[in-house]
Design a protein around this ligand. Sequence first.
Ligand code: GUN
Ligand code: ZN
Length: 653
Amino acid sequence: MVFMFEMKDRDGLARICNLELNGKALETPALLPVVNPKSYTIAPRRLKEEFKFNALITNSYIISKDQELRRRALEEGVHRLLDYNGIIMTDSGTFQQHVYGELGLDSSEVVSFQRDIRSDIGTILDVFSEPDFSKEKAEDAVRVTVDRAKAAVSIRGEMWLAGPIQGSLHEELRTKCAMEMSALDIQLHPIGGVVPLMENYKFVDLAGVIIASKKGLNPSRPVHLFGAGHPMIFPLAVLLGCDMFDSASYAKYARDGRMMFADGTMALDGMTEFWCQCPVCSTHTPEELKSMEEEERTTLLAEHNLHECQSQIRRVKSAIRDGTIWELAEKSCRSHPRLLDALRTLHRHNDFLERFEPLSRVGALMFTGSESYHRPAIWRYQKRFFERYSHPSCEVMIGLPESRRPYSRTYSDLIRKTDAHLVVLSSIGPVPMELDEIYPVSQIFLPERDDESYSSERQRIMERFSHDQRYGLAVIWEGEETLEFLSKMRTRVDRPFDIDRARVVAVLMMQFGPKAVKAVENQRLDYVKSKTVGRIRNVLVNGVHSFSIRAADGYFSLTDEGARLLHSVLPQPSYRVTVHTDAVPFIKKGSNVFSKFVLATDDELRPGDSTLIVDKDDNLVGHGRCLMNGEEMLAFKRGIAVKTRSGFPDDSE
Ligand code: GUN
Ligand code: ZN
């Protein structure tokens, strides 16, 4: 059976995927409600038909321990048993061992039983690694879990196998476990041992565990977060790359008279108004629910909880499509101070998060608070500024205060009056005038009041800038007298600052690295500019249209000539996707590059990057824009890796 998990849309690690198995489909991110085979809070058929849950999770241990359920499941299959025709995932009894202690289960039987009751996705009997496990104990748990996963691979038959990642809070163990699991013929990876973290609001640890696991996982496999069912944590978990959730919380909370909301939990007892518009809340008052018989009330509260979860899942998906998952996650992390703590630790993982970060987004980068300064998009700008950018040869640099964007329009008079290099000392760090249009510099929407909490970080960046920079003289703009001062100081006046050329050079450096500059060095440049504001639209190198600057994000799109130029100056494997010989004729005709035909990639490629497409001898066969980063292109066996913009047909054709 082919493994079907295909990425359809994404924003960083957050993604919308199509999962298909045994003729059934599931769009992720998805919540799988936990169904107790012995007593339904909501009947499985209703979960699918009314609540649109196309997958659920139930427990094979409970089924196997009950004579009647066991007999029926083996005879009819688990789908008939539950009267549910969607995807059924089964869990193994690991969690029961965590709660009740060792149950003496046989790890092979646990898997063969799930296979025999025709579960769609069966789970191995992993060892629950508690958060307080010592390194040695956690190592043991990982070792046994991986050994059992290896054994389960030969037992699974056609059933998808879930191989949980364990390792307690030891991040290097989580990564190691994930790498070992990724090497096996396993289709789905739950992150396990995290229920105690969620029960105790240890969201800092939870985020660390998710990231450490993701670091070791094959990015083409679905990731499930075991026991996560509160809508409050979906945005953060999805932001960090979780695709699936499961939880009995909707039912447990209902039994306790509690209602789940995207921004927290409310006790029905304390409620005087329903603002929720779900079928339950829009047809009842809190008083009516309070006065009901317990059973009826529990059902209705569970229904509300499920509606709220589905609604939050839809909201998350919509944010992924809009490129606003960071905004949603940041806002949602304000639902609980411990979630806010987790948000505040994410910047520690920016080197990892940045690998999946798109080159740009359609909308503005909206600040929701001081944490927004640490977004991977801003971190990347700063990193590339220091690693990729070098300033044009100017004797003098003038540091300008933050002002309206785009800066080159605000400071257009000054640009004409001086030959000095102008650098805006902006809220997110130094921005040379010629970089004022690239994402996120120009597409950022932040408060006008200065944020004290970021000032020491900004100070550090500015100090590094003044240490690294190699100008003869650097001054801070103090108005017209700065120009007078400069003209008195200097004997020789350079030719006027050529901001157009500087822009082409600087964007090439930031987008493709410093070596790309050779494409235009000592070459004649001409420009086609917009009639309204005079922005560069097209760049002609020696009279040939080679690059266009996208209005939306300020980066280049390549023409065929631009691709040839970059191919001639960028060393292999820089900004290249190498494709299989079989795919070459199709790409030459303009077909997209499917991930299964990708042989090699540049590790630096990010979603949204323009890339060269080459054959195994580095002949240029086309160019296009990446939908995946380099490592994803190599991992995924389905889906489009590069949207081809143009193919290079053979001369003879
Ligand atoms: N349910 C909640 N946590 C876990 C876990 O770590 N492993 C398994 N198999 N099920 C779980
Ligand atoms: Zn409701």
